[in-house]
Write a protein that binds this ligand. Structure first.
Ligand SMILES: Nc1ncnc2c1ncn2[C@@H]1O[C@H](COP(=O)(O)OP(=O)(O)OP(=O)(O)O)[C@@H](O)[C@H]1O
Length: 466
């Protein structure tokens, strides 16, 4: 088989198929020839999307070019070159306006055919490369906070709404649920995006160091201060200061921070010169700050200073519908990093979906990275999960594989699992009935084509893996 590209040649004239097909094969292409649109759709189903389609417009059973043109969306993603007779120039132009890449007239000059084919294949390669790069590029802005759940959607809407303002933001929620992702997105979408985003982990820096880390110090301020040093506040000037785990900030620092937030100025440790800064403060915590205020370990006045707009993230087990989207995105990032294709089996996907993830998205991501690291030929299956003992004692039952639930509703499984199983069965049967025609299947199901495609992706009904 050749690596030069896979061409699907659709023409009802056997002699032409043989000649053109043979010649293209000689040129090093992999060629499949068929005599009708139905055969072409079947070939695509069996052999996957071609890199290029050469399409005659007068094809059985209708021999009506307009009807053939209607089938063009079937080849979405592959460039189509129309093969025409001399009299069909208008039609060819119409085909191009409907998305065909080029046309070539019969009788065909073999050298011309080679040029047109190579150009189209180069286009496919480029487009696929661009798509790959776009998918592997880190997301920026609100889209970097992934998820399809109502909670994730609401958070993205909030990010977009408040990012351009200078309002202070307090992000709360369990550990590993993307509080830093949100804070970075707020910065990236603000007018401060070209200035620094400085992250301070308030609990990780020892109390005695925190002041000089934040405010900086002058030479000789304390033993070991051999020269002036700028603090993180000054480094964040013009940008965003992200105070992570603010609930862990020691009490004496809370007073000093409050003053900075009120006055926008501070003295470096040991210094006499007042520094003025312009920063947007975003804070995050997985603690309940109101409780800490009640207990007297967090200052109430500081709480109201940093609160501004509050954004609350949910634990992953409250929005398991986000798991496939997160996995897909993490897989793509891993693929880009490792430069190889990774595939997650349906069973593995279901296992990921049904775990409870106490460490939330961070744990999900780390688990995926571990199983991907030991996968054989990029295939991530239950075997890898079991080998690393992630499966533990969890009993595993795939709602997608088990269609029994539809016939026998049961209270042993969640409503969501049973509804999913029902959706899967209906989608499968609609696709079977329409010979995998997504447009018609969507009509049967009362969905938009896009809506159906989303569900097919979500349930991994395409090629059995993502
Ligand atoms: N919704 C999300 N979309 C994309 N990535 C996410 C999302 N939630 C979490 N992550 C990823 O999970 C990991 C942990 O996220 P992050 O550090 O933002 O969580 P956190 O809530 O700030 O955690 P902590 O409270 O422990 O500091 C990161 O690798 C981050 O990219």
């Amino acid at each position: 088989m050749s690596n030069n590209g896979y061409i699907l040649l659709v023409d009802d004239e056997p002699a032409f198929r043989e000649l053109a097909g043979g010649w293209l094969t000689q040129q090093g292409f992999k060629v499949k020839t068929v005599g009708s649109i139905h055969e072409a759709i079947e070939a695509k189903k069996v052999q996957g999307a071609p890199d290029l389609v050469l399409l005659d417009l007068s094809l059985p059973p209708y021999f009506d070019p307009q009807k053939t043109l209607l089938a063009m969306p079937e080849f979405d993603g592959s460039p189509v070159i129309i093969i025409t007779g001399h009299a069909e120039r208008e039609l060819s132009l119409q085909a191009i306006s409907q998305g065909a890449w080029d046309f070539i007239a019969k009788p065909i000059d073999p050298d011309m055919l080679a040029v047109v084919v190579r150009r189209a294949l180069a286009k496919t390669r480029l487009e696929r490369e661009v798509e790959r790069l776009q998918q592997s590029a880190p997301q920026q802005g609100a889209e970097s906070y992934l998820g399809i759940s109502p909670s994730a959607q609401r958070i993205r809407a909030l990010i977009e709404r408040i990012a351009p303002t200078d309002v202070r933001v307090l992000v709360t929620g369990p550990s590993g649920t993307g509080k830093e992702v949100i804070s970075k997105a707020l910065h990236d979408l603000s007018a401060r995006k070209k200035s620094p985003f400085i992250s301070v982990h308030c609990g990780a820096i020892p109390a005695e160091l925190l002041e000089s880390e934040l405010f900086g110090h002058v030479k000789g301020a304390f033993t070991g201060a051999e020269k002036d040093k700028q603090g993180l506040l000054k480094l964040a000037d013009g940008g965003t200061l992200f105070l992570d785990e603010i609930g862990e900030m020691p009490a004496p620092m809370q007073v000093k921070l409050l003053r900075v937030l009120q006055e926008g100025s501070f003295y470096p440790v040991g210094g006499r010169q007042l520094e003025t800064i312009d920063v947007r403060v975003i804070s995050a915590t997985n603690a309940d700050l109101t409780k800490l205020v009640e207990q007297g370990t967090f200052r109430e006045d500081l709480y109201y200073r940093i609160k501004g707009v509050a954004i609350e993230t949910q634990g992953l087990n409250e929005r398991l519908e986000d798991v496939p989207t997160l996995l897909q995105s993490f897989l793509m990032a891993l693929e880009a990093k490792q430069g190889k294709r990774l595939q997650l089996s349906n069973e593995a996907l279901q296992w990921f979906r049904q775990c409870s993830w106490p460490g939330n998205v961070r744990e999900l991501k780390n688990t995926l990275e571990s199983v991907a690291a030991i996968s054989v030929a990029g295939q991530i299956t239950l075997a890898e999960i079991e080998l690393l003992n992630f499966a533990g004692d969890q009993s595993f039952q795939s709602p997608v594989a088990d269609e029994h639930a539809i016939n026998e509703p049961t209270l042993d499984r969640t409503l969501e699992e049973q509804v999913q199983a029902l959706e899967v069965t209906l989608i499968r049967s609609a696709l079977e009935k329409t010979e995998q025609n997504k447009t018609q299947a969507a009509k049967l199901l009362g969905l938009s084509r896009q809506g159906l495609i989303k569900k097919i992706e979500r349930y991994q009904l395409g090629e059995g893996s993502i």
